[in-house]
Design a binder for this molecule. Structure first.
Ligand SMILES: Nc1ncnc2c1ncn2[C@@H]1O[C@H](COP(=O)(O)OP(=O)(O)O)[C@@H](O)[C@H]1O
Ligand SMILES: O=P(O)(O)OC[C@H]1O[C@](O)(COP(=O)(O)O)[C@@H](O)[C@@H]1O
Length: 332
């Protein structure tokens, strides 16, 4: 199988605290605390590898945390660009009811040398594993001294020259920058909030999510997978919209669900030729796989998933109910 490479220009340490009760403005002592080397592309690659894919993660990390990265379970997947200092820390606080409060730190600016090294390592990695997909994951740092985000043009051109398909999972300024030039993006995986920001209006129903996804598709993106938390997801193309949802065995930590769902979608696509041959619908197969991996991830205490979603089966609908409201925490 050809490989899948992820690029995370803003690597992170995920710090997860479990507390009994979390009250704004009040003291809480954690019952447990974990630190994981993360960043969206690291999590995506970990899930892809757990699903049997040949995956690797190019990630920018602070030198202070490289030893932790080299000792972790994902170490064999990581292609690290080391920059001076510490990696940013993204903090999740999970209370006894299973609700996650998350604060992501800003990423420090990247020097021109570090960004050049990142681009060149990414293109080398595409060649090394004869990649079929490149996944651009997470927020983007500023290029030091410019006030502008790092420029993805060389990475995108390099992927296009090699016939490598492009998946994008990002938010905020990075999503806006990518959507200013969306032609060539094969797969975009926003959550409802990110999709709402991209089209500049609130989204309250499945029908509104599909319309927003089609607006993005009209700008040049091939497929939009809108992830809707506990409501599941909608996989939308110019002609089709497929709904999928899987029941999570329990909700332990929602951080990383989007990354696992993206990995699940790509793993599902790799099964598409076999699905086609057996008369199954490839988009539905990929959407089901995404929902199963997402539900699997929320049942994991850590951001990273270990192993495939055994025993989790998605319900899939090829005619989503357009009037169905999103649950309030997913509506945007
Ligand atoms: N509580 C849940 N129960 C079942 N599936 C879930 C739950 N939360 C998330 N998922 C699955 O994981 C996917 C990604 O989660 P979501 O929270 O939407 O992404 P993100 O982390 O990017 O905001 C969802 O589309 C859904 O399929
Ligand atoms: O680069 P960003 O947007 O700050 O996101 C990084 C964070 O996203 C995560 O990958 C989780 O993302 P999802 O919950 O969307 O899967 C964290 O592990 C990481 O800390």
């Amino acid at each position: 199988m050809s490989g899948i490479v992820t690029l995370t220009a803003a690597g992170a340490i995920d710090a997860t605290y479990r507390v009994g009760t979390l009250r704004r403005g009040a003291f809480a002592r954690a019952d447990s605390y974990t630190r994981e080397v993360s960043g969206k592309g690291v999590n995506v690659a970990a899930a892809l590898a757990a699903g049997g894919a040949d995956a690797s993660a190019v990630v920018v990390l602070g030198a202070d945390d490289v030893r932790l990265a080299r000792c972790g379970l994902t170490a064999p997947l990581l292609r690290i660009v080391e920059v001076p200092g510490a990696t940013r820390v993204n903090t999740s606080i999970i209370d006894a009811e299973g609700a996650t409060t998350k604060v992501n730190a800003p990423t420090p600016p990247l020097s021109a040398e570090a960004w050049e090294a990142t681009v060149s390592l990414t293109l080398d990695e595409l060649d090394r594993c004869a990649a079929s997909w490149l996944v651009l994951s997470g927020s983007l740092p500023e290029l030091a001294g410019t006030g502008a985000l790092v420029d993805l043009a060389a990475v995108r051109a390099g992927a296009a020259e090699r016939g490598v398909r492009l998946a994008v999972d990002t938010s905020g300024a990075a999503l806006a920058a990518l959507l200013a030039d969306p032609v060539g993006i094969d797969l975009l995986t926003p959550n409802a909030e990110e999709l709402a920001a991209a089209v500049g209006r609130p989204l309250a129903t499945f029908g509104e999510v599909i319309d927003a996804a089609r607006e993005i598709i009209g700008r040049g993106v091939e497929t939009v997978v809108a992830s809707l938390g506990g409501d599941g997801l909608l996989a939308v193309t110019a002609e089709r919209a497929v709904f999928a949802r899987a029941e999570a065995p329990y909700v332990a930590n929602t951080a990383g669900a989007g990354d696992a769902a993206l990995a699940g979608f790509l793993l599902g696509l790799t099964r598409a030729p076999a699905a086609n041959a057996s008369g199954a619908d490839p988009l539905a197969v990929a959407a089901a796989s995404a929902a199963e991996w997402g539900a699997h991830a929320v049942a994991h205490a850590s951001t990273l998933v270990a192993g495939p979603p055994l025993g989790i089966r998605a319900l899939v609908g090829t005619s989503p109910e357009l009037d169905r409201p999103l649950t309030p925490e997913d509506a945007a």
